[in-house]
Design a protein around this ligand. Sequence first.
Ligand SMILES: Cc1cc2nc3c(=O)[nH]c(=O)nc-3n(C[C@H](O)[C@H](O)[C@H](O)COP(=O)(O)OP(=O)(O)OC[C@H]3O[C@@H](n4cnc5c(N)ncnc54)[C@H](O)[C@@H]3O)c2cc1C
Ligand SMILES: *[C@@H]1O[C@H](CO)[C@@H](O)[C@H](O)[C@H]1NC(C)=O
Ligand SMILES: *[C@@H]1O[C@H](CO)[C@@H](O)[C@H](O)[C@H]1NC(C)=O
Ligand SMILES: *[C@@H]1O[C@H](CO)[C@@H](O)[C@H](O)[C@H]1NC(C)=O
Ligand SMILES: *[C@@H]1O[C@H](CO)[C@@H](O)[C@H](O)[C@H]1NC(C)=O
Ligand SMILES: *[C@@H]1O[C@H](CO)[C@@H](O)[C@H](O)[C@H]1NC(C)=O
Ligand SMILES: *[C@@H]1O[C@H](CO)[C@@H](O)[C@H](O)[C@H]1NC(C)=O
Ligand SMILES: *[C@@H]1O[C@H](CO)[C@@H](O)[C@H](O)[C@H]1NC(C)=O
Length: 604
Amino acid sequence: MLWSTSAVLLLAGTQTAFAKCKCTPTDDCWPSLSSWNSLNSSIDGRLIHNKPRAEACYPGQNYNAQACQEVAKEWGDQSVIALDPIGYSYPATPSCAPINTTLPSYPLCELGAAPAYSINATSATDVSAGVRFAKDNNVRLVIKNTGHDMVGRSQGYGSLSIWIKYIQTGLEFHQNFASADGCQPNWTGSAITVGGGYVWEDVYNFAAEHGHVVVGGDEKTVGAIGGYIQGGGHSPSSRYFGLGTDQVLEMTVVLASGEVATANACENPDLFKALRGGGGGTFGVVISAIIKAYPTKPMLMHSMAVIPIKATIANTINATANIMSKFAVLSDTGFSGYALMGDASMASASYPTSLYAHGFGMMIQDENNQDAIIAQAKALVEKEIVNDLLPYNGTEFLVTSTFETLPTFAEYYNAIGGQSTTGNTNIMLSSRMFGKESLENNAPKLNDMLHTVFSETDNGTLTTDKTMFLMNLVGGGAVLESQPHVSVNPAWRKTYVLNEIIAEWPFDLTSPEIKAFKDNVVYRKTDAMKALTPGMGAYINEHVGEDPNWKADFYGPSSNYDWLLSVKQKYDPEEVFWCWRCVGSEGWTQETDGQQYGPLCQIN
Ligand SMILES: Cc1cc2nc3c(=O)[nH]c(=O)nc-3n(C[C@H](O)[C@H](O)[C@H](O)COP(=O)(O)OP(=O)(O)OC[C@H]3O[C@@H](n4cnc5c(N)ncnc54)[C@H](O)[C@@H]3O)c2cc1C
Ligand SMILES: *[C@@H]1O[C@H](CO)[C@@H](O)[C@H](O)[C@H]1NC(C)=O
Ligand SMILES: *[C@@H]1O[C@H](CO)[C@@H](O)[C@H](O)[C@H]1NC(C)=O
Ligand SMILES: *[C@@H]1O[C@H](CO)[C@@H](O)[C@H](O)[C@H]1NC(C)=O
Ligand SMILES: *[C@@H]1O[C@H](CO)[C@@H](O)[C@H](O)[C@H]1NC(C)=O
Ligand SMILES: *[C@@H]1O[C@H](CO)[C@@H](O)[C@H](O)[C@H]1NC(C)=O
Ligand SMILES: *[C@@H]1O[C@H](CO)[C@@H](O)[C@H](O)[C@H]1NC(C)=O
Ligand SMILES: *[C@@H]1O[C@H](CO)[C@@H](O)[C@H](O)[C@H]1NC(C)=O
């Protein structure tokens, strides 16, 4: 009997039906110890029986005050998280936090949404063994790379996790790419093979050693071949070369059958297209990818801050709205980068809590005309955004504006990026793509939108406390050009800015209060962004899963989703892979029974 004996009674219309569930550790159908042991032997002892990270903080045989303090200190450190099979930047449940157990809200130390077992995979064989085991034993399967996902898609209660971090078959530079199977990539430039669980820091450094640039995350700790590249991937260099997923020439994938396949424009082209934008975690396990690389170029960098002196939040919002309304012009001139307004101490302790700031860059493609290009770009920035603020400099605001030329993209990246953020349980992020028409000449509406973002009720008091508005100027330019064999939400091809609300709720809220807080972001605040951007979308990798319109927001027109679903059904007919809001996820639900996690059951 494979199906879970704790099958849950579900109401489907007027009918009641027993749903099929994946087996969990408390079910009779859970694999026996000897089954797990034989899986372990088949993968050279690489199976890990997970324990909560902060177990040492809780009463019981593993209590250890000193170990607890160590865990507490490293709890949100991305580099520590990355080396832990159940390290997650945004744990889906706060079960077993490294805190004093006297706090009433965290009485238990359990794995929660973290997987029961992990395979510390180093090869395709390990991955295949795990996929087959999960399929044969009806065990929930998740794929984990860095664990950066914000809505828990690399987590799963009672699951077996395939952890790809230590698949590391090397990075390889190809001066002129040619596919091994003779497939015509329409690309004669350079490429890099990323053979496994490398993070962007590894790939950036490797590319720079060869004088090249790749399209990767703004932060170095993001994984290269997992959720980032499969969900879209915006970058400090996407303005010049397109999205991360646009760069992929070929992937090696372990399928739901356990077989290893090549996906490119010639072999399994439907899978290739689905993996390029359709999102991670659901089509197969990518174990290697070949991506385009570009010769590095000099960069002009513009850094600006508008720091309130006497200004109110309303004044800062006004300045921000005016600057944002010029973003499309700046992008068309060649600028891209990252801006923020609000509680910037959430991003870096060195910022005052409330301000507008940006770090923008422009790639100087034509080095022969460098001086003229720089002079023109500076004049444009001053005319469009700086001069308007000069009358208020020293009174309302302190306005800083500096330019710098850097000889390579790598030096620019190090100047703007590499700030490691810390993981967090009580944070949410909601995004929206903004096209040119929602920015240009639209300052008054952007102003109103920011009033909603920085207030808790309509026309309520403005506050930047624990709220940050990020303006990722990562679209425009090459992002606007559609690519063949890419299934990303087509709204990306009209996107100049990906705007994001980041909001953090206090640790001591009750469940209903957390729900109210989330609803306010999901509905009121996000709707204010949606109102200005009809027909656009949200970024699958950086958005609240609670969004009721997730399907259209993540995948675009229903024809795109339906096509992705047909690929999912073809390559994973038995639904071995599942993640929340991923393609094919709507047939299953997590039976939480008042808890925040529980068995994964099929909806009949
Ligand atoms: C600090 C930080 C900075 C970020 N910066 C950027 C940015 O600049 N640009 C941007 O576009 N996004 C950015 N993101 C979002 C990022 O793209 C997502 O969090 C993404 O899902 C991370 O992918 P991962 O593989 O590293 O993480 P994971 O949490 O390990 O995986 C994410 C999803 O991909 C699946 N997956 C992982 N590996 C594989 C694989 N090998 N095969 C198939 N599926 C897989 C997982 O099952 C899960 O569904 C950032 C996130 C964080 C936390
Ligand atoms: C798997 O085998 C290794 C090596 O024998 C062992 O150290 C490890 O504890 C085993 N894992 C599990 C889950 O039993
Ligand atoms: C728990 O609280 C005590 C007393 O306030 C403190 O000394 C200790 O460091 C705390 N432990 C942790 C893990 O935070
Ligand atoms: C995973 O495997 C790698 C490579 O063998 C090893 O270095 C690492 O310590 C392992 N990690 C865990 C948590 O077992
Ligand atoms: C190369 O271009 C041809 C013609 O436009 C197209 O049919 C083919 O799919 C392209 N191949 C790739 C890998 O994009
Ligand atoms: C704003 O005023 C400060 C202090 O007088 C000055 O240092 C700064 O350069 C001024 N900003 C701009 C953009 O001119
Ligand atoms: C923003 O400030 C400018 C300059 O003071 C002013 O002209 C404009 O009316 C303000 N806009 C809003 C929406 O408050
Ligand atoms: C809130 O402000 C909007 C304009 O931003 C206005 O139309 C509306 O009437 C105000 N509502 C209340 C209750 O004051």
